[in-house]
Design a protein around this ligand. Structure first.
Ligand code: AP5
Ligand code: MG
Ligand code: ZN
Length: 210
């Protein structure tokens, strides 16, 4: 199964991804996570991506496409994959098709702007394993310490309110047109993301045919 998770910043793509990949035995590919790892390690790719990410802008298409093309060639993608945060422009979606990569379903998690700002600004992530928390909705058991691995739980560099607002605007202009793009292909499933995360998960499973 090849699935794309679409949705604005803070919609819950990362949160929902873990349950999906577990159930369908596919790999989770988050372009944002890959970029953040490269930024942390100071690789050439990270150095190129850093300034765009800090401003809440998209990393240039060609950089992202090369990265995803390379990742999807790896052996573990043979059984299928879940793309989280890619494609993010029509250009990226078309490039993926030109590379012969077809997707079965596009899950669009929809959440209103006010909820998104609260979710992203309250988000905390584990520096070590990437586990996601929220100061109100999903706090770590011990403040600042990851439940899973004991790592340090911190705020993401692009989760300041101003940057989140910019990311939402970029989503609306650059990424939202993909809804219509995939709707026309009969691949889009709309999911109301503004409800309990467990219910969102159930609705996604239903859309993917359980
Ligand atoms: P990326 O990392 O993909 O960030 P994003 O799309 O902005 O999405 P987020 O990760 O912020 O949100 P999410 O939907 O995963 O929400 P989460 O589950 O964490 O991209 C970052 C940057 O990388 C981009 O800005 C760009 O620069 C670059 N980039 C990446 N891909 C690119 C591409 N293809 N092209 C160009 N540039 C690219 O949830 C958020 C919070 O809400 C958490 O605290 C969570 O606990 C909480 N929460 C989740 N669900 C619920 C719920 N149902 N109820 C209550 N709280 C909830
Ligand atoms: Mg995410
Ligand atoms: Zn951790």
């Amino acid at each position: 199964m090849k699935v794309v998770l679409l949705g604005p910043p803070g919609a819950g793509k990362g949160t929902q991804a873990s349950g999906i990949v577990e159930k369908y035995h596919i790999v989770h590919i988050s372009t944002g996570d890959i970029f953040r790892k490269n930024v942390k390690e100071g690789t050439p790719l990270g150095q190129q991506a850093k300034a765009y990410m800090e401003k809440g802008e998209l990393v240039p298409d060609d950089l992202v496409i090369a990265l995803v093309e390379d990742r999807l060639k790896q052996e573990d993608c043979k059984n299928g994959f879940l793309l989280d945060g890619f494609p993010r422009t029509i250009y990226q979606a078309e490039a993926m098709e030109r590379l012969g990569i077809d997707v079965d379903k596009v899950v669009d998690i929809e959440v209103g702007r006010d909820t998104l700002i609260g979710r992203a600004t309250g988000r905390r992530v584990c520096k070590q394993c990437g586990e996601t928390y929220h100061v109100s909705f999903r706090p770590a058991k011990a403040e600042g310490v990851c439940d899973k691995c004991g790592g340090q739980v911190v705020q993401r560099a692009d989760d300041e309110e101003e940057t989140v607002a910019r990311r939402i605007d970029v989503y609306l202009t650059e990424t939202k047109p993909l809804e219509e793009y995939y709707e026309k292909k009969g691949k889009l499933a709309h999911i109301n993301g503004d409800q309990d995360a467990k219910i969102v998960q159930e609705e996604i499973f239903k859309a993917l045919g359980d």
